[in-house]
Design a protein around this ligand. Sequence first.
Ligand SMILES: O=C(O)CCC(=O)C(=O)O
Ligand SMILES: [Fe+2]
Length: 286
Amino acid sequence: MPVANAISFDTEVVQHAPDLYDYAAEVPTIDGFDSVTDDDLARYQEQGVIAIRNAWTKEEVQSALAGLDHLIAGNEPAFQNIQFRADVRDRLETLTFDERLDAARRLLYFTDYDARLKAIAHKPQLLALLERLLGAPARLFQDMALIKPPQGREKPWHQDHAYFELTPQTRVVGVWIALDPAGPENGCMRFLPGWHRRGIFSHFQLRDLQICDAEMEGLQLERVAAPLPPGGCVLFDSYIPHGTPSNFTASRRRALQYHYFTEAAQPITAAERVAIWGGEENGVAC
Ligand SMILES: O=C(O)CCC(=O)C(=O)O
Ligand SMILES: [Fe+2]
């Protein structure tokens, strides 16, 4: 399924307001899939997000990183879905391996090209948990790798459902997996717990496809951050507003993001998506 917009990276990086991602609390972490209780499932329905540490082992994280390096190196010629930093796009063939690693920003739809990355998405304990959350067997429909380098740009506040060509009723769970330590300074996820129950926010093409900043300002006391060690993850409802600030550290923040629905998922057209989620297209002011 196509994503709604193509993002360009590192061009005209516009800084966000310095306090747009300030937060008051952290998402509590559950230790491993086997520790998830019925109370945690109830918390997911109530808050729209739960976090699990030690969800994938060090070995699994290493295998995922090796899989990404393999794809970024260009070792699977049939796989072309890598977005690189804008200034190198017209001279990719001249880059060394290290330069390619440095310039890669986002990979999409790669699970059919690397068995290691596919295995991460289909870990049986994850699929069992997703089935408990969705009430039916989970199907992977989108995979992404998100590389936020030092100085890397923000991902402004948004609802993932705004990007999908799926009916508003289709239930979707996102799984965001840290491959490097993800902390407040290098762009770990921020959420507005409970806000997945507030319905549809119009999305505008501003610094990215996003919710109007004015709607997301002044909410420090409601926001939470989800710092995670490698192998930790957040599971979140596709209606929960979330975002990540710029990376203010010298360390790269790599993550995987998988999205799941069930066989009940219903597609819509691109025009229907805009009619439901669009801002400026529908005359909504920001
Ligand atoms: O990894 C990030 O910075 C956030 C990614 C995200 O929320 C998305 O791609 O929908
Ligand atoms: Fe997102």
